[in-house]
Write a protein that binds this ligand. Structure first.
Ligand code: BJW
Length: 227
């Protein structure tokens, strides 16, 4: 069986990472669009770096760890022979820490920095700033940005995702509001024969496209569904 899983911020909520839109969707008074676009970064790199620095520090704090939903997905992948792809919109590394292997981080990874001149990627755990020197020792400064996908930028691995969706026998969307495209449209890329299951605390604009909607917390419902 070919299985495609899509996860969003809701799967990491019970690990202590806030979602984007469940509360007021603001970061220190700024809407997400003020800190998650290339224009915002161009206008005010300090502010955008501060947003990601704060989230990177939080992700690396000892309290943040994978929950039962991340663990159930990793366990399922390692104990079944199914063709399994886990696409996550999350930039945390909780799926990888739980042991998931075939993970495609379509909105990037918080623990990586990217050189804006060469697109070279670097593992990154420290704060970034417009004054961060280039890690290759050259005298370049200020050319590193978080390796994340902002509004208006092309998500990562779309061809792979589209192919996996078209071939999937089972598609499971977990903890995503289905408000951000193209992730929200992946369910439409599956065949009519594909079984489509949504796991979320509540209904989303995409719920009608699913065969089954499971309402509840990911840490309870994902292990129950996969067992
Ligand atoms: C639980 C739970 C628990 C809570 N258990 N559940 C008009 C129409 C269509 C599209 C557009 C449009 N205008 C502009 C666009 C395009 C734009 C877009 O979609 N905008 C919309 C807002 C309208 N998209 C883009 O720009 C994308 N790129 C693009 O389109 O490129 C052009 C192109 C594409 C394809 C071909 C050719 C060209 C890029 C989008 C990048 C999104 N980036 C962000 C930031 C990433 C870095 C970072 O983390 O800072 O990605 S925005 C943010 O939203 C982040 C998330 O991955 C993404 C989705 O959020 P998610 O995960 O769904 O979280 P929430 O908070 O929204 O929802 C949480 C859910 O969990 C809720 O439903 C809860 O109920 C649930 N929940 N606790 C189970 N315990």
């Amino acid at each position: 069986m070919k299985i495609l899983v899509l996860t969003g911020a809701g799967i990491s909520a019970e690990s202590g990472i806030p979602t984007f839109r469940d509360k007021d969707g603001l970061w220190e008074g700024y809407p997400l669009e003020e800190v998650a676009t290339p224009e915002a970064f161009h206008r005010n790199p300090e502010r955008v770096h501060a947003f990601y620095n704060q989230r990177r520090r939080a992700l690396l704090s000892p309290e943040i760890k994978p929950n039962a939903a991340h663990e159930a997905l990793a366990r399922f992948e390692s104990t079944h022979d199914d063709d399994f792809l886990l696409v996550t919109q999350n930039i945390d590394d909780l799926h990888q820490r739980a042991g998931s292997k075939n993970v495609l981080a379509m909105h990037g990874e918080l623990l990586k920095a990217r050189c804006m001149l060469t697109d070279e990627l670097f593992d990154w755990r420290d704060d970034l700033s417009p004054h961060t020197p280039h890690p290759d020792g050259s005298d370049l400064i200020g050319k590193l940005r978080p390796h994340v996908v902002w509004f208006g930028e092309m998500p990562i691995g779309l061809n792979t995702i589209e192919r996996a969706a078209a071939q999937a026998d089972l598609f499971i969307a977990i903890g995503t509001s289905a408000l951000v495209y193209p992730a929200a449209g992946i369910v439409q890329w599956t065949q009519p024969s594909c079984r489509k299951v949504e796991i979320n605390l509540g209904a989303t604009p995409a719920s009608d496209a699913f065969d089954q909607s499971i309402r509840g917390a990911a840490s309870t419902e994902v292990p129950r569904f996969l067992q």
